[in-house]
Design a protein around this ligand. Structure first.
Ligand code: PMP
Length: 442
């Protein structure tokens, strides 16, 4: 009997014994295409020799040195590399161990910034319903996923939520994207007024919503409106790119496609590619300056910040991501995935929407394409699809359940960037077969 507390208690899970490229093999010798990179993590697939070599070199030199005593070449290099890729204003990097830690750090940076600049009354966080920002207390409070929050609600700090930008379900008949963006912007503005504009510290959003909605980008112009509102009221914009960042959507940062620059951006998952647990916050010059010229300290820290092996892995991952042709390949494979899915599933009466950017694609499953009514949550359609895909040797990331009163099932696909056209075609064939099989018998 297992002594490990698994997320789903009593689940019998296969044991992963090896990984190579896009494939994971279990102890029974079964091979699976990693069509979701775990949870959009394994951007370079498994056992990438250059990343392993970089980690080994670092391990042989020094594995751990506490950041109160030392910095390391790899951590410094990683910060240089990330800031060189980011817009000029994002000019410092704080290294943590994962996505939730990155979100916690970003929230605390926002709060400390206002304390340092003499606006200690600013304390409110506004985020969006149907979002996910992590599972630690602050990050969970920020996320608007009612299902994940439910039992912890009484111990969560107060946060405020507005509507996400979810055109498939929320765009009204006859409404243009610009009108929709304006409507959502007005909702944010109204929330800010309600809380008191000088009391709000940050607005937090995922540029492309991942875990909660399944690869949903905002409509054009939405983030520009949001940025304007934040600027007008002196509120910091925190963009959470833990899932959609590091090239997943075809640009290193997803926000590059929105024409805005955040004050703080969180990254993780693809940053370490799963080779090591690592996350980061990129912070703007003005926030850094407030800390430097104020208390001279960021009042926060964890034992493993700037971990040398994690930094060595991420440094190599980012180097590979930024080599010539990698983002072009992500876009080409992403287009192939989208058009393959449209061809294979576009006619299905049970597929409402196929969306996303780059190698970050979502399929929304419905009981009725015209009404967009979802399947009864009791059917657990998403779980059946996961099982049917696994039976066909495909790992995907389906989600479902009732979130904030809205029920829906969707499947997230986030293959490694090293996938070939053949891998994409296999993913399309297998997920289409799994979805068709489950929906036909649901
Ligand atoms: N933010 C977003 C947008 C995420 O998708 C996730 C993880 N799914 C997190 C934060 C939390 O990251 P982690 O699981 O590494 O703590």
């Amino acid at each position: 009997m297992t002594k490990l507390l698994h997320r789903t208690i009593g689940a019998t899970l296969p044991r992963a014994v090896s990984g190579q490229g896009v494939t994971i093999t279990d102890s029974d010798g079964r091979a699976y295409i990693d069509g979701s990179g775990g949870a959009a993590v394994s951007c370079l697939g498994h056992n990438h020799p250059e990343v392993l070599a970089a980690m080994t070199t670092q391990m042989n030199a020094i594995s751990y040195a506490h950041t109160s005593f030392f910095t390391t070449d790899v951590a410094e290099e990683l910060a240089q590399r990330l800031t060189a890729l980011a817009p000029d204003s994002l000019d410092h990097v704080y290294l943590v161990s994962g996505g939730s830690e990155a979100v916690e750090a970003a929230l605390k940076m926002a709060r400390q910034y206002f304390v340092e600049i003499g606006q200690p009354q600013r304390r409110h966080i506004i985020a969006r319903r149907q979002s996910y920002h992590g599972n630690t207390i602050g990050a969970l409070a920020t996320g608007g996923n009612a299902m994940r929050r439910a039992q912890f609600q009484p111990i969560l700090p107060e946060t405020h939520h507005v509507s996400p930008c979810y055109a498939y379900r929320d765009l009204q008949t006859g409404e243009t994207h610009a009108q929709y963006a304006a409507r959502l912007a007005d909702e944010l503005e109204a929330k800010i007024q309600e809380l008191g504009a000088d009391q709000v510290m940050a607005f937090v959003a995922e540029p492309v919503v991942g875990a909660t909605l399944g690869a949903v980008p905002a409509v054009e112009g939405y983030f520009k409106r949001i940025r304007e509102i934040c600027d007008r009221h002196g509120i910091l914009l925190i963009l959470d790119e833990v899932m959609c960042g590091m090239g997943r959507t075809g640009t290193i940062f997803a926000f590059e496609q929105e024409g805005v620059v955040p004050d703080l951006v969180t990254i993780a998952k693809g940053l370490g590619g799963g080779f090591q647990p690592i996350g980061a916050v990129l912070l703007s010059r003005k926030i850094f300056a407030a800390f430097r010229d104020g208390s001279g300290l960021f009042q926060h820290g964890h034992t493993y910040i700037g971990h040398p092996i994690a930094a060595a892995a991420a440094n190599k991952v980012v180097e590979i991501l930024t080599r010539d042709g990698m983002m072009a390949h992500v876009n080409a494979m992403g287009d192939r995935l989208q058009s393959g899915l449209e061809t294979a599933l576009g006619q299905s009466p049970y597929v409402g929407d196929i969306r996303g950017r780059g190698l970050f694609r979502g399929i929304e499953i419905v009981a009725d394409k015209d009404s967009k009514d979802p399947f009864d949550p009791k059917l657990k359609t998403y779980a059946k699809i996961k099982k049917a895909a696994i039976a066909r040797g495909l790992l995907c990331y389906p989600m479902g359940g009732t979130i904030d009163g809205v029920h829906g099932d969707h499947v997230l696909l986030a293959p490694p960037y090293i996938c070939t056209p053949h891998d994409i075609d296999q993913i399309v064939d297998r997920i289409a077969a799994a979805i068709n099989d489950v929906t036909a018998h649901n």
